[in-house]
Design a protein around this ligand. Structure first.
Ligand SMILES: [Zn+2]
Length: 347
């Protein structure tokens, strides 16, 4: 799982902070119980003293009985503590910290390796960040409606939808690249986000962003105006990079060469990319040059989106719903109250 170093550090430090909190809470519980039942504090001191006696007996070669006596004292005190706790309604482990991860006890490492709780946390953080930036929950596969597409466009979009769903479901190391093309408002962003959500859920690292935003960040970093990040490394290293709306960014020699660099590096590393664009091939070639377009042709599966602007239809449908009119786009039937029929211009 390719992960940004910053994201990993953040997740690890949060896991460790959780460990500290767990220890502090256990201490707090202990203090409260000692106040409630002072005998528990005496027993705690007795257990500690017996432990020290046992250690001293071993280290200074005292007779074995001394060590056994210390052990018996400790055991008696522990049993008495268990009885008291039981009567008070607590388990014997009430003084112990409750860690979120039993595997690493919130240290972040288990068996000399990074614990899976840290990796899962990185995944959740990425998902949350993506949710903040994009309407991820609204843009899942189940909420993609073919009702907004008519006739041939619906057939095309049914195939596009099926392909994207399959793509996300089968995402793995051998996954191909996708080029989503078509005019604005046909659902490219919705299906890109649906792919992102599903691939993140499968445990892969995903970077999703508009070309405008991501390339601007990379440019700022390149010219030293963005500190503490490694945007290009993240764009090249994520398991999946989804670059939305390629061509909408401000074009500069930097962005043009950055697009080539990202596409080429990811191809060499066999890391897939999903690119969406409103530009036609001739426009792509004019903007990014022949070498980028030739990679699209040889290495990307093109998915051409069809239909008329879904966003406009949705907005209009919402407006009409608010106004109390029923409307159905699916078969071209528009149902309006008779007296309003002539006032509504649908297309
Ligand atoms: Zn763990």
């Amino acid at each position: 799982m390719g992960v940004e170093v910053g994201a990993l550090e953040k997740a690890l430090s949060e896991v460790l902070a959780g460990r500290l909190r767990a220890v502090e809470e256990a201490e707090k519980r202990k203090r409260q119980l000692f106040e409630k039942c002072p005998e528990l504090a005496l027993l705690e001191a007795e257990i500690a003293r017996a432990g020290l006696d046992a250690v001293r007996a071993v280290l200074s070669g005292e007779p074995e009985e001394n060590m056994k006596a210390a052990g018996a004292k400790s055991l008696a005190a522990q049993n008495r503590r268990c009885d008291i706790l039981e009567k008070l309604g607590y388990s014997p482990g009430v003084f112990l910290p409750v860690y979120a991860c039993g595997l690493c006890q919130d240290t972040g490492f288990s068996g000399g390796k990074l614990c899976r709780c840290v990796k899962e946390k990185v995944k959740r953080d990425e998902f949350r960040e993506l949710c903040l930036k994009a309407p991820l929950k609204e843009s899942n596969f189940d909420r993609f409606s073919l009702e907004y597409y008519d006739g041939d466009a619906r057939q095309t979009m049914q195939k596009v939808y099926g392909y994207c769903r399959e793509y996300a479901a089968r995402f793995g190391q051998e996954t191909k690249n996708l080029l989503l093309t078509g005019r604005t408002g046909l659902g490219k962003t919705h299906l890109s986000l649906a792919i992102a959500a599903e691939v993140i859920n499968k445990g892969y690292s995903v970077i999703y962003g508009s070309a405008l935003d991501l390339l601007h960040k990379a440019e700022r970093e390149h010219f030293g105006r963005e500190q503490g990040t490694d945007v290009m490394a993240s764009l090249c290293g994520a398991d999946l990079l989804i670059l939305d709306d390629l061509g909408a960014e401000y074009s500069s020699p930097f962005t043009v060469s950055a697009v080539y660099h990202i596409i080429n590096t990811r191809l060499l590393q066999k890391k897939p990319m999903v690119i969406s664009t409103n530009l036609i091939p001739a426009e792509l070639e004019r903007r990014y040059g022949e070498r980028v377009v030739s990679r699209f042709i040889s290495e990307y599966t093109p998915l051409s989106f069809a239909g008329t602007d879904v966003r406009q239809k949705k907005a209009l449908e919402n407006k009409l719903r608010i106004d109390g009119y029923a409307v159905a786009f699916s078969d071209g039937i528009k149902k309006f109250p008779q007296d309003h029929r002539n006032n509504c211009q649908m297309d």
